[in-house]
Design a protein around this ligand. Sequence first.
Ligand code: GLY
Length: 380
Amino acid sequence: MSGPSRELDRRHFMGLSASAAALACTSTAGRAEEATATISAAPRPSRAPAVLVGSRNCLAGMKANYPRLVAGEAPLDVAIDVVKVVEADPDDRSVGLGGLPNEDGVVQLDAAVMDGATHNSGAVAAIENILHPSEVARLVMERTDHCMIVGRGAYEFARAHGHQHVELLTPPTREIWLRWKETMSDRDDRLPPRGSSKKKQASRSREEAELLAEADAILRDRPTGTIHCSALSTAGKVACTTTTSGLAWKIPGRVGDSPAVGAGLYCDAEVGSAGATGRGEAAILSGGSHAAIELLRGGASPLDAGMEVLRRVTRQARRAAAWQPGLVDGAGVPTFGLNFYVLGLDGAIAGVTLRGGGEFAVADPDGGPRIEPLVALHET
Ligand code: GLY
């Protein structure tokens, strides 16, 4: 037996011995419960507020699934069902079906789940043609000894578990991708359709005109969408998931923060749960979700923890701007978007963002599922 396994077994044995000794010394059921609790590091409030917190696009999924959390269902089951609503929504351009593709026009998805109760996680990255990568991430957690499976292996793993092959590039996202290909450079051979004449513009259907306007907005402001959901159950247990189609037009195989435990999500049964949406590279380089949890552990509120992570991200971006000048503006404020969603075991929540504007979704006993404004570090 290897060292680490032996260490695990020794600790397990010592935990059981301590528990048995404690139980032998207790005569009442109440004291026996107390002794059993000594072998569990995590505090387990018997009754906690049911809370969901996550990115704005969680709202529909929260409305559909929050009652199940209130009824006592497991936080991971509920969190995954929240994000699956958007994974299957062809109109969300940042997640799953209808998500914007990579530079080759292929939709590659990243997703992860993490369960505070078992402190286990699973993830898939750069997976193609699978509708619900969050479910596959859960299978990685529950049906393998691994934390992450990528690319073709992830697809084959999903297929082996019965997931269907699905074309995730929709007609509108194919059109938007083509427009990006045709307008990104005047030094290649692609040309956009000759559509500038008044006659041509007038002949466009309303759908075509709307799609063109959407495409032009996307080309101006390259999206790094994503959906994250953290959940606290009435039993005081936390879990979370993050799932995304990643950065639009990414280099094929690029993996963002969403499947990276500690970056795009993290939870700990002793502390709470956190997740990120926005520029994945910044969440990875700051270890942002893990940092938020460690700040909570040290006594910070969810708001203070989130803001401190964003201050670190800002300092890191300023240093990185030495060779990537576009990362910050003239005032030293990051030009990219990055949000964190933080949840404590007492049900306290925060949604924070680098720059002004933006909203997040929350569901708690105070007001049910709703949208709240993100708190911005830099007012711009
Ligand atoms: N946060 C999503 C990504 O950067 O891929």
